[in-house]
Structures are given as C-alpha cells and as structure tokens.
Design a protein around this ligand. Structure first.
Ligand SMILES: [Ca+2]
Ligand SMILES: [Ca+2]
Length: 224
C-alpha cells in the first residue's frame, strides 16, 4: 500500500509519488505523523508529512526532469488548528508553494468563523480572495476543539485548477511553506499524497531524440 516512486518509466510519466506511510523520501524536512483523529478522512492510519508551523519550510528536490515540459503537482493539504485566514491582527495565515523562482500557490486559509480566507478553487495562486472558512475544502471538521479542528484541501486534477510548472533545467526544488503561523498545536499544516507527473508524450529519452531529430533535419537539408 505504501508507495514511493522516483523516476519511474516514461510510460507512467510520474517523477515523484509519496503517500508518506513509510518514508519522507526527497523532502528536506518533516516527520511522518498520524493525523490523530478517528474522523481522519484519509483513513484512520494514514500518515502525513508534517506538522509544520511558524515559518517552517520543507523542500522537495526533483531530478531527471525534461526542461520545457509541463509537470503537474497534486497533493492533499491538511490545515490544522485556528488558522485565521486574511486577518490583519492574527494573520494573514499564509500557505505557499514555489518552484524555482515561480510562485505556484500563494493563499490564506481559515478554520475560524468570522475570518475569511483567500483560497477558493479558482483563486489559490494569488489574489485578494475573500471567502468563508473552509471554502472548497474536501473535508471540514470543527468539532475537535480550537487546536484540533481541521480542513483538508485536495489539489488534484478534478476539483481544482492544476498546479503546474515548466522547469528550465533537469532539476528543480519545490518549496512548501507557511507564514505568520502561531506554532503547534495552535496553527499547523501537513501534506499527503504528493505526486509530480509530466504531461509530455511517452518518449524514453526526449533530449536524445530531439538531438537525433535535429541531426536528421540537417541531413535532409544537406540532401536538398
Ligand atoms: Ca498518507
Ligand atoms: Ca494566525
């Protein structure tokens, strides 16, 4: 059941996949933590990579990418505790994803009634969203007390716009971070089911083939 896939075959085009049941593989920081609640919507024993708070960062280093190709990042995000969304006094409680020099996600989340969040399914990249707590979450549980209530957001191919990036080089560091958070157990986050997959056609050695193609083109021109 537990899976970690790195650099699988060209057919699958999955360059990274981890459900964090057995390994933190590829990530710079974080522990395998059980989301200790009987209401765990990902299964009572499912583990996450976390818990992160304050300004803690974790980074995923990807290698073997094809420069110029588009890759999709999917994940589940656990927002735990009293996140205050757009609040100017005890926030804003921000969560971001960056790839290289690009910001892929920059948004706020709220688990607290009266504080709105900027996240919605169409507004997570940036922008001054102003939506109710838990908007577009797949699960919201406010029955566990202020430090334990949570929401889970699925960044996937169906419910939300894709998180995508186009690497300029064959390796890339993806950074996941929170900002303005108030520490565990007050405000924290964790991730699960992280997958990175390329959209390109199933070609074993794209770089090599491109060079071969250019060579063939040169030959054709020479013949003409
Ligand atoms: Ca898991
Ligand atoms: Ca806060």
């Amino acid at each position: 059941m537990a899976t970690l896939v790195v650099g699988s075959g060209a057919q699958a085009q999955i360059v990274y996949s981890n459900d964090f049941e057995t390994t933190t593989g590829g990530f710079s920081n974080g522990a395998l933590v059980s989301h200790a609640t009987t209401a765990n919507p990902l299964g009572p024993t499912s583990k996450f990579l976390g818990l992160f708070s304050d300004n803690t960062v974790t980074q995923l280093t990807l290698t073997g990418l094809t420069p110029g190709s588009v890759y999709d990042l999917t994940l589940d995000l656990l927002i735990k505790g009293s996140w205050d969304g757009n609040s100017a006094t005890v926030g804003p409680d921000v969560w971001r994803v960056k790839a290289g020099g690009s910001t892929l996600v920059d948004t706020t989340f709220s688990n607290v009634a009266g504080s709105n969040q900027s996240f919605s399914r169409n507004g997570y990249i940036g922008g001054p969203g102003n939506f109710a707590p838990g908007t577009d979450a797949s699960v919201v549980n406010n029955d566990l007390g202020v430090f334990s209530h949570y929401a889970i957001y699925k960044f996937d191919k169906i419910a939300l716009p894709q998180i995508e990036f186009t690497p300029a080089t064959s390796s890339l560091v993806i950074t996941f971070e929170g900002a303005n958070l108030q520490g565990v157990p007050d405000e924290s986050w964790a991730i699960d089911n992280v997958t990175v997959a390329g959209r390109g056609s199933a070609i074993p050695e794209p770089g090599t083939l491109a060079l071969v193609g250019l060579g063939a083109l040169a030959l054709l021109r020479r013949r003409k």
